[in-house]
Design a binder for this molecule. Structure first.
Ligand code: DQA
Length: 144
């Protein structure tokens, strides 16, 4: 099974940005955690991060025919991007939404998720572990 993990804007600033919300570990640590989780689960994983909405749309489109599942933390684009929602709907690759923080317990504007409308499952507020839970969910629920 091949999974693509996509992280949106400012996730590359982990460790620096709002550590009280996102923790003190950096993006490199997140990548190591994701790769370790995928290896443990016996799935292949590629990771992508961008601060640009169109680049995220491009990588979702390019995933067609290459990946069996997508784990996506669209970060701030979660709450604004119909383009990312439409890209996920276009490729119809099973997708799981992840947020490091518990978005549902934060500001009202974070409680709207466009990308989530095209995702089969959501893990929010589990820190890095949400990515592992998403990988395991795809492994359990997607036939390939
Ligand atoms: C986030 C939550 C979003 O509301 C925020 O804009 C982010 C990160 C999270 O992982 O908790 O950048 O997606």
């Amino acid at each position: 099974m091949k999974i693509l993990v996509i992280n949106g804007p400012n996730i590359n600033m982990l460790g620096i940005r709002e550590p009280d919300i996102y923790g003190s570990r950096n993006y490199e640590a997140l990548l190591a955690y994701i790769r370790g989780s995928a290896a443990e689960a016996g799935v292949d994983v590629d990771c992508f991060q961008s601060n640009h909405e169109g680049a995220i749309v491009d990588v979702i489109q390019d995933a067609l025919g290459k990946y069996d599942g997508i784990v996506i933390n669209p970060a701030a684009y979660t709450h604004t991007s119909v383009a990312i929602l439409d890209a996920l709907k276009a490729v119809r690759i099973p997708a799981v939404e992840v947020h490091i923080s518990d978005v549902d317990a934060r500001e009202p504007f974070r409680q709207i998720s466009y990308a989530g409308m095209a995702c089969a499952q959501k893990y929010a507020g589990y820190g890095f572990e949400g990515y592992k839970l998403a990988i395991l969910w795809l492994k359990e629920n997607v036939n390939n």
